[in-house]
Design a protein around this ligand. Structure first.
Ligand SMILES: Nc1ncnc2c1ncn2[C@@H]1O[C@H](COP(=O)(O)OP(=O)(O)OP(=O)(O)O)[C@@H](O)[C@H]1O
Ligand SMILES: [Mg+2]
Length: 179
């Protein structure tokens, strides 16, 4: 598999660009707060989600919040499914759009006790997260919270540990930007 690393960081505190062997192209930009990965197909996309999932570490005091932005159908739920599978979730993950929130217990020995998948698409403001017990969930370092459509609740969302944006390329490939 060809791996291309396009551009390298010039800042002193830069991370070494990781190499990928899954058909994922890693593009390390000059702005070190942002990394963009291009996944040409669903397999590469799922492999990237799994890589991201395995690299996650828990915060000391609060939950780890991962936000997934991107257009309708970009692949936010698909990313969450692959992330969940990599963390040992065996249930089938469907889009939580109609239930808003799904909570999965994770196998012991990993960085997190629980995966909480929230789809905020149908919410109109951050206050609507309260009935889901969001504030309480954020206080538990054992929680990994993956939230689709953070834009819908931006007015009261804490800063995400990882803010991801999925883009769709003309050929159907996807870009995943990490901030
Ligand atoms: N990387 C990908 N490559 C090809 N197809 C994909 C990819 N990711 C998702 N899809 C397909 O696109 C469709 C929509 O994906 P998904 O439900 O994950 O999008 P979403 O971003 O969660 O959408 P929504 O905004 O409605 O929640 C699914 O049929 C899925 O299989
Ligand atoms: Mg979705």
């Amino acid at each position: 598999m060809i791996v291309a690393i396009v551009g390298t960081a010039i800042t002193e505190d830069s991370k070494t660009p990781e190499s990928q062997d899954s058909g994922v192209f890693l593009i390390e930009g000059y702005n070190m707060s942002m990394t963009e990965v291009t996944a040409p197909n669903l397999d590469a996309f799922e492999a990237e989600a799994a890589r991201f999932a395995r690299a996650l570490t828990a915060n000391q005091e609060n939950a780890t919040l991962v936000t997934l932005s991107g257009d309708l159908g970009a692949g936010k739920t698909a990313f969450t499914k692959a992330l969940a599978a990599a963390l040992g979730v065996t249930d089938v993950i469907t889009s939580p759009t109609f239930v808003l929130e799904k909570i999965y217990a994770l196998p012991e020995g990993g960085a997190f006790k629980r995966l909480i998948h929230i789809d905020a698409y149908r919410l109109e403001k951050g206050a609507e997260l309260a009935p889901l017990g969001f504030d309480e969930s954020m206080k538990n370092a054992g929680n990994l919270i993956v939230l689709e459509w953070p834009e819908k609740v931006a007015d009261s969302l804490p800063k995400a540990t990882h803010a991801l944006t999925i883009g769709v390329l003309p050929d159907g490939g996807r870009t995943i930007s990490y901030a």
